[in-house]
Design a protein around this ligand. Structure first.
Ligand code: SAH
Length: 249
């Protein structure tokens, strides 16, 4: 059973919100702990995650590192995967979706260059974990999830954990959240075939959108889309990633 679970998790390493293994330090988190769950020191596991998976791959923004050290990732994964919550890979959540690899969450948050007063939009709430990490660093996070049940459970989870500055809505994130825009930054956590124009429109001048883009099912390129102060848009490519598809209703 344990072997099966491990195989599943290894397979998932190439499924969503993950980086190719050849970038930076390789995965150092090996076989999941054999200790019973209640003995796991989640805080220590989280510290190791930050050092070995995130700092080691070159994320340097101390606020991002602190946020990653604070947010209890194990609260955002299904009960049966808690023991693996701080491993170097994405994990399954409900409805065949995934919570992204910790490094990818940290990288996307760093690329966003969040400021304390910012209002951020996230597309693809999933478990609510990425939203909770961003919420540590900005004033408000608006997050849209296309699967209503996931939107509901993420909103409930965030409330239970006392995260009060994330606002979750069920809907198609392609259209953004114009009533709350424009935003100081946008995070898209599903792999899009192209950059949605409504999201570009909802970026403030000087703001960035971080989005995985590609028409291949096997990977996307993480792109940084910056709206310059004059309104022109500049696009820079970052690393190859693999996210679940950006869906349309
Ligand atoms: N950010 C999440 C992981 C996201 S997985 C976390 O931290 O856990 C990608 C999510 O994007 C899935 O839940 C999927 O249902 C959602 N999604 C896909 N297409 C979408 C769309 N058009 N609008 C909103 N959400 C979408």
């Amino acid at each position: 059973m344990k072997k099966l679970l491990l195989a599943l998790i290894i397979a998932l390493n190439v499924s969503c919100g993950s980086a190719p293994a050849d970038r930076g330090a390789a995965s150092t988190q090996g076989t999941p702990s054999a200790r019973p769950r209640q003995d796991i020191d989640f805080e220590q596991a989280r510290r190791r995650m930050v050092e070995e998976q995130i700092e080691a791959r070159g994320v340097t923004d101390s606020r991002v590192l602190e946020a990653m050290s604070r947010v209890p990732r194990h609260e955002y994964v299904p009960e049966r995967y808690r023991a693996f919550a701080y491993n170097d890979n994405p994990l399954p959540i409900e409805f065949e979706q995934t919570i992204s690899q910790p490094y990818i969450v940290a990288l996307m948050t760093e690329l966003l260059q969040p400021e304390p007063g910012d209002r951020i939009l996230e597309i693809g709430t999933g478990s609510g974990y990425q939203a909770a990490v961003a919420a540590e660093l900005v004033s408000e996070v608006y997050s849209i999830e296309i699967i209503p049940e996931l939107a509901r459970s993420a909103a409930d989870r965030l409330e239970r954990l006392g995260v009060s500055n994330v606002f979750v809505r069920a809907g198609d994130g392609y259209l953004g959240w114009p009533e709350q825009g424009p935003f100081d930054g946008i995070l898209v956590t599903a792999g899009a075939e192209h950059i949605p124009e409504p999201l570009v429109e909802q970026l403030k001048p000087g703001a960035r959108m971080i989005i995985p883009v590609g028409d291949s099912l096997s990977f996307q390129i993480l792109r940084v889309v910056e709206k310059l102060p004059g309104g022109e848009v500049e696009i820079r490519d970052n690393i190859r990633v693999r996210f679940v598809p950006f869906r349309r209703n």
